[in-house]
Design a protein around this ligand. Structure first.
Ligand code: NAX
Length: 326
């Protein structure tokens, strides 16, 4: 057995946290030879529920689970962490404006960024899942003095996986035959699901579907899939979000397959005309434990316009939390 990996999960007693904790404990991130220690953070009123999660985790007798920490203290949760999944966030309450939601979450992700910088390993990888994920990642990264912003990502992998699944269903193919789907921009309804480079069994996806389906059905279905799940299930996506968070982290650590890429919301670096200062979802490849934005893909006018709209939303989110950015 290798040295255990310390994985922090915030909001561990919540919907997604509950799904994530068991898969991580079962060794589904890096395999059966890499044991894990789960360091779970919750707010004080949820510590009772978190204790129940710990009881169930112990009851599974997972051979890959080497330890459990359940705490309301961020310094304890992030101590020596190799990986952090920041899932816990403040949901939008009645009468709450988007600006209020952004700033309420800023109060969570700023201190968490500081605690990560103070206590986690220097090469920690952080994935923000809690919404508004891109801007929460921006806040956490900006508070984490001494760490590189590139260590803080936000999750658009669920949107990416949803896009693959929709395309597979439409073309009667299997998700494993699909390559080079992209989600651009914000994890919100302005996200841009893009099939212009995608292939299905080696053939260009756009030669297999018509433009009307792409623009009129595919894009809105992917953008609004979260709401459709809530309508059907009565609760928001949980297992699929946890699974996608693990996909993101696994690719970041172990690399992406040759000839494919994944969507990751990472600090904008000027690629595709998006200047620094926001966390933007791009097509990315990963190698040697690091990621690179895929550069110089052609964008038609339709995509350029959509990218500009999602960037505008991210700049507005940034403006609403500017006072929280260090
Ligand atoms: P839940 O409300 O079930 O769970 C959230 C948990 O976080 C709760 O147990 C709560 O006590 C805890 N929490 C709140 N503040 C905290 C803090 N300061 N420190 C530690 N824990 C704290 O929500 P769930 O369904 O699990 O969703 C979690 C977040 O993921 C939400 O913000 C949700 O919007 C977001 N999502 C993001 C997705 C993405 O693709 N990026 C998709 C799924 C999901 O909608």
């Amino acid at each position: 057995m290798e040295k255990p990996l310390r994985i922090a999960i915030t909001g561990a007693a919540g919907n997604i946290g509950y799904a994530l904790a068991f898969r991580l404990a079962a060794g589904n991130l890096l395999g059966p030879d890499r044991p894990v220690i789960l360091q779970m953070l919750e707010i004080a009123p949820a510590l009772g529920a978190l204790e129940g999660v710990c009881m169930e985790l112990r009851d599974c007798a997972f051979p890959t689970l080497d330890g459990l920490v359940a705490t309301a203290d961020a310094n304890e949760a992030f101590d020596q962490a190799d990986i952090c999944f920041l899932v816990g966030a403040r949901p939008r309450g009645p009468g709450m404006e988007r600006k209020d939601l952004l700033s309420a979450n800023g109060q969570i992700f700023g201190p968490q960024g500081q605690a990560i910088a103070a206590r986690a390993k220097k090469d920690v990888r952080v994935l923000v899942v809690g919404n508004p994920a891109n801007t929460n990642a921006l806040i956490a990264a900006s508070a984490a003095k001494g760490l590189d912003r590139r260590q803080f990502h936000a999750m658009t992998r669920l949107d990416h996986n949803r896009a693959i699944s929709q395309l597979a269903e439409k073309t009667g193919s299997h998700p494993r035959e699909i390559r080079k789907v992209t989600i651009w921009g914000n994890h919100s309804s302005t996200q841009v699901p893009d099939l212009s480079q995608a292939t299905v069994g080696g053939k260009p996806a756009m030669s297999l579907v018509d433009a009307e389906w792409y623009k009129g059905t595919f894009i809105p279905t992917v953008q609004q899939r979260g709401a459709a799940i809530i309508k059907a299930r009565g609760q928001s996506s949980a297992a699929s979000a946890a699974s996608s968070a693990m996909d993101h982290m696994r690719n970041w650590i172990q690399g992406t397959p040759e000839g494919d890429w994944v969507s990751m919301a990472v600090p904008a670096d000027g690629s595709y005309g998006v200047s620094e200062g926001v966390v933007f979802s791009y097509p990315c490849t990963c190698k040697g434990g690091d990621y690179q934005v895929v550069k110089d893909l052609p964008l038609d006018d339709f995509l350029k316009e959509k990218l500009a709209a999602t960037e505008k939303e991210l700049r507005e989110e940034r403006a609403a939390v500017e006072s929280l950015l260090g």
